[in-house]
Structures are given as structure tokens and as C-alpha cells.
Ligand binder design. Structure first.
Ligand SMILES: [Zn+2]
Length: 171
């Protein structure tokens, strides 16, 4: 399967494909004379997706109290939650099963069945690792409007600090 740099929104992935320096026609989006990635030859992206795919558990192995609204198909997670592709979900499915063909053979359920992120159901994990702890954005908004404007407890400041550190740019 051949996909191309234009199939992706993610700048890191685009940079990897460009660095391979192969021009051709994309099988997925149909564009000509673009930087391509051929899954028969290239495997640079497989490792990059591995950590992301490892976050997921097939719905059959999720606990019974796992919220159904957090269960989704991988193709929708990749396009929606992670904003990785700029092709539609069915083409993204073709791309990801091609890029990660070894993992697809070992664990087809992650690609084909509904999946969820186990940690989204663990309050202690979210309290420690999520910027919003276990709160929703609306809770935060309501909190700074009506409870305590300047000393909110709705944010995990350590996680926020590390996030701001990661996204800072020197101009
Ligand atoms: Zn393309």
C-alpha cells in the first residue's frame, strides 16, 4: 500500500515521509508527484504508531463498567481524537492496517473491533496524569466563574506545567 505525506495532518509523520525522499502517486488520496511511503518497503512509521496502538484494549477485554461513550473504532480514534490523518476514516483504516501490517496480523481486534483506553476509566490515573484531573472543561469554567477565580483546584498544575514546557517555542 502506498500512502503519502498529504494523507497526514501530523507534522512529525509528514517529516518522516518527506525525509524518505521518494516521489510518486498516492494510492489513497490519489495525488500525483507527492512524497510517498510504501508499506512494502518502508517501516519507519510502524514503530511510531506502536506506542499509540498499545494504549488500546479491545472492548471484550475492557471492564464491564467501562463507559460505552469511550468505546470507538480505531479508524475514528485516529481521525477524531488524535487528528493524525486528513483522509476519511475508511482510507485511514487502509493506511494504518498497511503501515502496521505485522501488528494487524498479531492483534486484528485492535484494528477491527471497538476499542477503548483502559486508563480513561481509572480515576486515580486521571487525577495524576490528566490536566483536568477527573473534571470536565465545563466544571472548570463553572468553578472559576462561581467558586474560586484565582486559586482553582480543577487543574493538575504539574501536568499543565510539563505540557506548556513541551509546546513552548522560541521566537
Ligand atoms: Zn495521499
Amino acid at each position: 500500500m502506498i500512502c503519502c505525506e498529504k494523507c497526514f495532518i501530523d507534522i512529525e509523520i509528514k517529516a518522516v515521509i518527506k525525509s524518505l525522499n521518494q516521489l510518486g502517486k498516492c494510492e489513497l488520496c490519489g495525488k500525483n508527484n507527492v512524497y510517498i511511503y510504501n508499506t512494502e518497503i518502508n517501516n519507519e512509521l510502524a514503530d511510531m504508531f506502536d506506542d499509540l496502538l498499545n494504549l488500546y484494549t479491545a472492548s471484550g477485554d475492557l471492564p464491564p463498567d467501562y463507559p460505552p461513550e469511550n468505546v470507538n473504532l480505531l479508524k475514528h480514534e485516529l481521525c477524531g481524537r488524535w487528528n493524525i490523518f486528513c483522509i476519511d476514516a475508511d482510507l485511514a483504516y487502509r493506511a494504518i492496517t498497511g503501515i502496521c501490517h505485522e501488528k494487524y496480523q498479531e492483534h486484528p481486534e485492535i484494528f477491527d473491533a471497538p476499542i477503548g483506553i483502559m486508563e480513561l476509566n481509572r480515576k486515580d490515573y486521571l487525577e495524576e496524569h490528566s490536566i483536568m484531573k477527573n473534571y470536565e472543561w465545563e466544571d472548570f469554567v463553572e468553578g472559576i466563574k462561581t467558586k474560586n477565580r484565582f486559586h482553582t483546584d480543577y487543574i493538575n498544575k504539574e501536568v499543565l506545567f510539563s505540557f506548556c514546557n513541551d509546546i513552548q517555542k522560541n521566537i
